[in-house]
Ligand binder design. Structure first.
Ligand code: UGA
Length: 464
């Protein structure tokens, strides 16, 4: 068993620290946020992530997991993982201040043979820079290995313990082999490469996933005008294993703490070196346009949105997280507000003060019926499970005008329309009052689960 230190106890760092502790390693988590460290030391997770509470408590109680709010005289660890925030600065560049400060703080207290493993998402070339900085700041023999993380919020513990792949990049084969040995019992391929390629794999993966979503959203816009149904287009396309059915859910677009920052940082890095990454620009622009489409759909039904009252369902950037960073839902709410509408955001899973700190003019509540009183429209922006079974009859009674724009294509349009609502969604004009053509296709390819696709309803897609 190894001794491991994890610098940065946020979303990724805490999952890495607790998971390694659960595998029997001795782990210390270090973070400059004293309140976070106090909570973690008592076994209380400062972030919401399924499975994390139990791992943390178990790690702390077993003594395998400890936390520090400052650097010790010596970090007694074979491996020092870095998992600090690398946000986007206003220019679009990746802000590496936290990473550099962690590097210079740890350098004088590292053990001579310690390997620094970077998990933070960083521009290509950053690990080389970390290594230089370590060597000039008191760790002359330090080596760095890039080990990008592919954790999805809400599924991070499972992603860590059952990964699809482990990517390791280094210019030091011996260090790379030592880090690989940490993962030898994982049931996943270990992909090794040079350090810059590993950094690029992370950016390229996130950019590709964002592109997949923007692609299907662009298809949705075309479906809207040509009378096709994007859910079925995605269902039909996704059965081709070269395409795959995941990340093809059309809607108001992608957000969160990763895709927006990573696509922007990659495009910025490309432009710095004279490469016009036009596809990446298009991926971002299509995403932005999906927010504006909601406003256009509302205008089609309501006329000018000024002085209308609109309920936005959802504040988090996706369901099953309280994270509101770069949330598509809040961007839509903000656009509506800027257009003069009175906006009420309904989400019982986020802290209202987190929302108002960013958007002071938005009202956040968990009282759906009160929010909907005298409203002119509802926009479903984040597909929390409770929004899939709304009390449509009651809503129709209290609202001024019964209109729903389903920004995630998750509602059953028949149920919504039966309650007297006008129903609009993304890229499914047939579900907006047209005549659905009923076809049933049962795919019985033996190498896959049968997939039932019914026109007019959402097809069964491989889950994400
Ligand atoms: C993403 C990646 O999926 C992870 O692999 C990666 O490790 C992580 O970023 C990171 O770089 O740390 P995450 O930000 O948790 O994970 O969110 P996703 O589940 O990927 O969703 C991102 C956004 O895309 C959400 O706003 C979601 O609603 C949207 N989305 C996703 C769609 O609009 N359609 C889809 O089909 C799938």
């Amino acid at each position: 068993m190894a001794e491991i230190a994890v610098i940065g106890c946020g979303q990724a760092g805490l999952v890495v620290a607790t998971s390694f502790a659960s595998l029997g390693h001795q782990v210390v988590g270090i973070d400059i946020d004293r309140r976070k460290i106090e909570a973690c030391s008592r076994g209380i997770s400062p972030i919401r992530e399924p499975g994390l509470d139990a791992l943390l408590l178990d790690g702390v109680q077993s003594g395998r997991l400890t936390f520090l709010a400052e650097y010790p005289d010596v970090i007694e660890a074979d491996f020092v993982f870095i998992a600090v925030d690398t946000p986007t600065s206003p220019s679009g560049a990746c802000d590496l201040r936290a990473l550099k400060s962690a590097t210079t703080s740890m350098a004088p207290v590292l053990r001579d043979d310690a390997i620094v493993v970077n998990k933070s998402t960083v521009p290509v070339g950053t690990c080389d820079e970390i290594e230089r900085l370590l060597r000039t700041s008191g760790a002359p023999r330090a080596t760095v290995v890039s080990n990008p993380e592919f954790l999805q919020e809400g599924d991070a513990v499972r992603n860590f313990t059952q990964p699809d792949r482990i990517v390791l990049g280094s210019n030091h084969p011996a260090s790379l082999a030592r880090v690989a040995s940490l993962y030898q019992d994982f049931d996943a391929p270990i992909f090794t490469c040079d350090v810059r390629t590993a950094e690029m794999i992370k950016y390229a993966s996130n950019a590709f996933l964002a592109m997949k979503i923007s692609f299907i959203n662009e298809m949705a816009s075309i479906c809207d005008v040509l009378g096709a149904d994007v859910s079925h287009v995605a269902g039909g396309m996704g059965l081709d294993p070269r395409i795959g059915g995941k990340f093809l859910r059309a809607g108001i677009g992608w957000g969160g703490s990763c895709f927006p920052k990573d696509v922007t940082a990659l495009e910025y890095a490309a432009s710095l070196h004279g490469v016009r990454a036009q596809l990446l620009r298009g991926v971002v622009e299509t995403n932005r346009d999906m927010r504006r489409q909601v406003i256009r759909k509302l205008r089609d039904e309501l006329g000018p949105i000024e002085s209308t009252r609109v309920v936005v369902l959802g504040a988090s950037f996706k369901p099953h997280t309280s994270d509101i960073r770069e949330s598509p839902a809040l961007e839509v709410a903000n656009l509506l507000r800027l257009g003069g509408a009175e906006v009420r955001v309904v989400d019982g899973h986020v802290a209202p003060e987190d929302v108002t700190a960013q958007f002071p003019h938005l009202v956040v509540t968990d009282d759906l019926l009160e929010a909907a009183r005298d409203a002119d429209a509802i926009v479903l922006a984040t597909e929390w499970p409770e929004f899939l079974e709304l009390p449509f009859d009651e809503l129709a009674r209290v609202m001024r005008r019964p209109l729903i724009v389903d920004g995630r294509n998750v509602l059953d349009d028949r149920v919504v329309r039966d309650a007297g609502f006008i129903y609009r969604c993304i890229g499914r004009p047939g579900a907006e009052g047209g005549t659905p053509v009923i076809t049933e296709v049962v795919n019985e390819r033996i190498d896959r689960e049968p997939v039932l696709v019914r026109n007019g309803r959402s097809p069964v897609l491989a889950s994400d």
